[in-house]
Design a protein around this ligand. Structure first.
Ligand code: FAD
Ligand code: E1W
Length: 483
């Protein structure tokens, strides 16, 4: 039982990480209030905007389970078994992510996931205050937060012992903390941006056209099967995959939505050749897609409209030296470590943060300074590792024509993974299908890569590799993963 004077928790930001943390804390006996800038996404007329989706993997799913929200969340999910790589010549191949269907990732609508998590938080007893934008904060004994009501325009203030910031990459709480004691903030722009487009669902039987909110058009898609019974599939391309059109210095990806449409994202340099600067309007962009994404363009039914109206998203990495102001404020999720999206781990990492913070707080609710320091000590090295791996993954993703050395090392890597399960594990799998600390996955990945370089040095094909030596080196240098 938490002492009454330590029970109140104030959270800024009710996005994915904020809503999940609210649930985790409320279930542990805290009295949670969440201040969120946007209006309640469940309000009538709110749902129905653009559908943006994202990939949930084991780390995120584990935290969702702890929040007791697995069933609701998984009802919204579409299984992705692997990446479907679409080559320039139009041919496509599915590269499985894992060993079988127990190693897959899940595509979820961001909006619906947020609603499911807000519902879970409220069920657990958390209170949401929508349309409340944090405008500033001062710190005395505790924290005094200034809110601007986005609907009425009125200002209010809220005093609390401490504030938790889950208010995203542009965190207002971070800015206020930084004014009191510099956090060592550094923002590194990637130099590439993104644009979201859509592959609409195929025309369906009338009963399938607009499924009610919360009920996927195709429950069987969520279950991973394609057994749609007598219904024709609404999906224009393979539903159970993450599609990638790698093109060297840029790429498109597509993730399935339960309604049968896909959200496509073009990642491209902001300037140079080719770049967003060179395709300023839909007409030029269409010519670019005709050349570079010939098989994708015909599926993008509202290309001109989407390209014209959807903004170019900015991609950067956020590094901080400190995540907390003694015991008075702490940051997590994108507010602490926004990263580029190329490993699909930003939310997953934020969910891991939330679980770690909830566990530490409930274990020692009286000493927040100690809790926040320990939280930073445990999480920051891991955030830094996934930040780095996400940056590396962009290069690997968009490059379809890898050099022969890379291909040989990848082939040997697969072979060694088969020969040494639980010891030599692909880095993607350690990140995506395990909860091993990111930092350890990163270090093991480096060790494995060095080994592959050594074993493949000067060789042309897999038959030339000395497998006895390879096996001996794996056993000598790579420790089994602790169960
Ligand atoms: P946010 O989701 O940004 O939520 C912040 C919340 O705080 C919002 O609700 C906002 O309205 C609120 N807020 C902001 N300012 C204030 C204020 N002043 N006062 C009050 N409230 C405020 N991650 C994955 O794991 N898998 C993926 O596949 C994936 N794909 C991605 C694709 C793209 C193109 C991008 C850009 C990111 C992707 N990510 C992915 C990363 C993921 O989106 C983020 O890591 C995640 O949304 C972070 O959650 P958060 O709650 O910390 O921040
Ligand atoms: C995933 C936006 C996004 C989200 C993702 C991934 C990628 C590329 C991107 C990484 C991946 C799921 N990835 N996919 N295939 N190989 N690596 O696993 O989330 Cl761009």
């Amino acid at each position: 039982m938490i002492a009454p004077e330590h029970r109140a928790v104030t959270l800024v930001g009710g996005g994915l990480v904020g809503a999940l943390l609210a649930t985790l804390l409320a279930r542990r006996g805290f009295e949670v209030q969440v201040f969120e800038r946007r209006s309640d996404p469940r309000r009538a007329g709110h749902v129905g905007g653009r559908s943006i989706n994202l990939a949930l993997a084991e780390r995120g799913l584990h935290a969702v389970r702890d929040a007791g929200a697995e069933d609701e969340v998984m009802r919204l999910a579409v299984m992705m078994r692997g990446r479907m790589v679409h080559h320039r010549d139009g041919h496509a191949e599915l590269l499985r992510y894992g060993r079988d269907d127990s190693e897959v990732i899940w595509s979820l609508s961001r909006g619906r996931l947020n609603i499911a998590l807000i519902d879970a938080a409220e069920r657990a007893g958390a209170r949401f205050r929508f349309d409340q934008r944090l405008a500033g904060a001062t710190f005395g004994e505790g924290a005094t937060l200034a809110f601007h009501d986005e609907r009425s325009g009125s200002e209010s203030s809220h005093t609390c012992a401490f504030a938790i910031g889950a208010d995203g990459a542009g965190s207002a709480l971070r800015e206020a903390m930084n004014a009191v004691a510099p956090l060592g903030e550094r923002i590194e722009p990637l130099g590439h941006g993104y644009k979201e487009l859509e592959i609409p669902a195929l025309r369906q039987h009338p009963s399938m056209e607009s499924p009610p909110v919360g009920i996927p058009a195709s429950p069987s898609a969520a279950a991973g099967g394609l057994d749609l019974g007598p219904q024709p599939s609404p999906f224009a391309i393979e539903p159970n995959a993450l599609h990638i059109w790698p093109r060297g210095s840029y790429m498109c990806i597509a993730l399935p939505n339960a309604e049968g449409n896909f959200t496509v994202t073009l990642f491209l340099a902001n300037a140079g050749h080719p770049s967003f600067a060179e395709i300023p309007d839909a007409t030029t962009a269409r010519r670019f897609f005709e050349r570079e994404f010939a098989d994708l363009l015909p599926l993008l039914a509202d290309f001109d409209e989407d390209f014209t109206h959807n903004p170019i998203g900015v991609l950067s990495t956020l590094y901080l030296d400190r995540w907390h102001l003694d015991g008075r404020a702490v940051l997590l999720g994108d507010a602490a470590h926004a990263m580029v999206p190329f490993h699909g781990q930003g939310m997953n990492c934020g969910f891991e943060d939330a679980l770690e913070l909830a566990e530490l707080l409930v274990a020692n609710p009286a000493d927040r300074a100690a809790v926040f320091a320990e939280f930073q000590r445990r999480r920051k090295p891991n955030a830094e590792a996934i930040i780095e791996m996400a940056l590396e993954n962009y290069v690997e993703m968009r490059d379809s024509v890898a050099d022969p050395g890379f291909l040989l090392r990848r082939e040997l890597g697969r072979l060694l993974a088969e020969r040494h399960p639980g010891r030599f594990v692909p880095r993607y799998s350690m990140v995506t299908f395990s909860r091993m600390p990111y930092r350890e996955a990163f270090a093991r990945g480096m060790l494995q890569d060095a080994l592959l370089h050594e074993l493949c040095d000067g060789l042309q094909h897999i038959g030339q590799v000395d497998l006895a030596r390879a096996d001996a080196l794996v056993r000598a240098r790579i420790a089994p993963i602790a169960a």
